[in-house]
Every structure is written in C-alpha cells, then in structure tokens.
Write a protein that binds this ligand. Sequence first.
Ligand code: FAD
Ligand code: UDP
Length: 383
Amino acid sequence: MKEYDYLIVGTGLFGCVFAERAAKEGKKILMVEKRDHIGGNIYTDVLAGIDVHVYGAHIFHTNNKEVWDYITRFGEFNRYTNCPIARYKDELYNLPFNMNTFHALWGVKTPDEAKAMIEKQTAEARSTIPDPENPANLREQALLLAGKDIYEKLIEGYTEKQWGRRATELPPFIIKRLPFRFTYDNNYFNAKYQGIPVRGYSDLIQNILKEGMNSGLIKILVKTDFFKEREELTEKAEKIVYTGPLDEYFGKKLGALEFRSLRFETEVMDCDNFQGNAVVNYTEYEIPYTRIIEHKHFALGTHVVGKTVVTKEYPADWTPGAEPYYPVNDERNNKLCEEYMKLAKAERNVFFGGRLGLYKYFDMDQVIAEALNTADLALHIMN
Ligand code: FAD
Ligand code: UDP
C-alpha cells in the first residue's frame, strides 16, 4: 500500500476538480504544482482592491448545465456578459460581428442591407482569388467569408499578431467559419450560462479543495516540479493524474509539441475608468499587443474608486522554458499529438488531462467536463 491513492501533477482546474471528486470518495491525494500558487491559468490576485486575472482574461461560459451546476456550488457568479470592443486605428466596433458592427462599418440599418453588403464584398473577393474553391491561405479564406472591410479592419492584424505570422503564410483552416449575427446583440459567447466568480477564481479554486483539505485527504506542495523528483513522487502514489505538457511526460522523445506563448504587462492606474469596458481588442498590426483588459469591469464595476488595473496582452513565440499557453493545433502538431496519445493510452495507472496534458484548446467548462468524466472513470468504472 502506498501513502497516497493519487498523485496529481498540476493544480489547474483539471487537477482541482479531479482532487475534489477523489476526496469525496475518501481517496488520499498529493498535488504537486511547479508554480508558487495553485489554480493554474485561472489564478487571480488582488491588486489595488481589484481581482486581477493574472494569466489573461477568463470569462466562464457554458451550455453544459451539469458543469454549471457543479461549479456554482463552489462560489457565486455575477452576470458579466462578454461584449468586447475592437479598436482599429481611431475606429471602434462591436464584437462579435453583428448589426452594431455592420452599422458602424457601412451605415446599414437592417439585416437585409447588411447581408447585401457582405455578399457584395465576398463576391468582389472571389473575383480576385485564383482558386476560390480551394483558398491557399488564411487571407484568401477570410476574404471569401467576410469580404475586404471586415477582413482588413477586424481580422488581419489581430490574427497575424496572435499567430506570429502574416495571414498569407497561415493555413486557411484556422478560420473555417466566421459567425455573423444579424441582430443587435454584442454578447460574444452563445452560451446559456455566463459569468465571473464574485470573489475571484482563486477563491473558487480554494473552495473546490476546501473540504478535502480540511479532512486531511488532500495535501498540496507548491514550487514542486514533478520532473525534478519524478521517481520519489511516483513511488508515493498508486495512480497519477498528469496535467502538465503531454510531450514532457515522455521526455519529448517523439519531438516537441509547439505552443504559442503570451506576455502580460499589468499596471495600476490612478483613474476610475480607463477604457469603459473589460476587453478592448487592438486589431491593427502596428500595435504590438492584441488586447487591453481592464479588470474591474469583470466585477461589473466601480466598487474601487480612484484606481484601476489594466493589462496589455502581447502574443509571444514559445521557446522551451516559456509558459505554454495555446496548443498549436496544426497538421504537424496534431499528428505528433496522436502519436503521444498512443503512448499515453499504454501508460498504466496514469490519467492524462487538461489543456496541456491532452494538448487541446479547451475552455474552462470543457476542462471541468473532462475532469468529471475522468474522475468517474477512475473512481467508479475502473475501480
Ligand atoms: P492549467 O491551468 O494550465 O494548469 C496546469 C498546471 O500544471 C499549471 O499550474 C502548471 O504550472 C502545472 N504544471 C505543469 N507542469 C508541471 C510539472 N512538471 N510539475 C508540477 N506542475 C506542473 N477558458 C474559458 O472558458 N474562458 C476564457 O475566457 C478563457 N480565456 C483564456 C485566456 C487565456 C490567455 C488562456 C491561456 C486560456 C484561457 N481559457 C479560457 C482556457 C483556460 O485557461 C483553461 O481551460 C483552463 O485553465 C485549463 O486548466 P488546466 O488544469 O487544464 O491547465
Ligand atoms: N479574431 C479576430 N479579431 C478579433 C478577435 C478574434 O480576427 O478582434 C480571430 C483571430 O483569428 C483569433 C480567433 O478569432 O485567433 C479567436 O480569438 P479569441 O480572442 O476569441 O480567442 P481566444 O484567443 O481568447 O481563445
């Protein structure tokens, strides 16, 4: 008998939800986290009395009632609805592309007028593209879907900054579909449930773990890198739940999976309200950041007077050692990921999970759903 039933590598949302489920079943759990705090990328910290999303804006949204019912047991959510603004030079547009956007672009007022304008512009684009049935790159694909104005003002620069390559060098599949909405609705997410935890994501994470920690079933070691103590840690538990990067678990023996990284520049400002919205995207290429987040607006407000906290988000190339934020799900990486997944499936007593462990672009609700399923499999089906 080993000291713990489970060793969980990583204290992000996946690891914490799994730990909560396992502790409920009386399992003993050791969690290790290489950062100096728990919560993974949803971690929030308080600056000038304001909850700051340290690893980028996190807006909870889901259509999955089971996930919503689960997560809201650990904290109250507010009614925040994401309505980002796009800024192109001195022009402001509403996102996602909707009647407000179309009116600001062309002065159109009805859905029929907007559709006619988009049809006209996409037809013009078609006539300039050598093989419109098989767009050669992202630029051609986006022009065929959206036409020149939307592409040039709202897509091109943002996407090029995000992926670190010009649109003519990006594969078309990144933009297969562009949702157009022919109503005056600025709600970015088409989700039944949406909001931000009233007391912050860090409080939510602590609440998820609270019962297990109070009963002594969950123990957490921060500033502990699994790979630096792999043998000793593995010896301590019957089974492992691994949420770090998939390729690292296997020593990258088949090659490295690529990621995109980010750099955040956060500043406390002596004003009440800097930009009037939580999220403003900067869609022109010449401005090096993709968006500015003003954190107090996630909490709907003006509860803090005289101060505000803003974060500029800069996309960055990923080099070994940098934080891996986004999996790059192109053909090469997806193929490599499949090969690693074969190794993962053959690994006895190890469950892989989360954005890094499965190398998938999961949102928070998907991570929770995956963690609940994995816990069910580990604790009930395989037990
Ligand atoms: P993570 O949060 O990455 O946790 C993994 C943990 O494992 C980390 O703490 C890491 O330090 C630790 N770890 C890794 N290797 C080791 C090791 N060797 N030893 C010990 N510990 C290790 N989702 C939404 O639903 N809405 C949003 O608005 C949204 N916005 C996002 C914005 C950005 C900029 C990013 C990057 C993501 C966003 N997401 C959003 C996605 C969301 O962050 C993820 O779905 C979720 O946080 C993933 O949880 P996880 O547990 O899989 O991974
Ligand atoms: N996008 C864009 N202009 C914008 C916002 C998004 O062209 O103002 C495109 C861009 O290609 C980006 C994708 O939509 O890579 C997804 O962006 P979003 O910010 O919604 O996703 P996230 O990066 O938060 O997952």
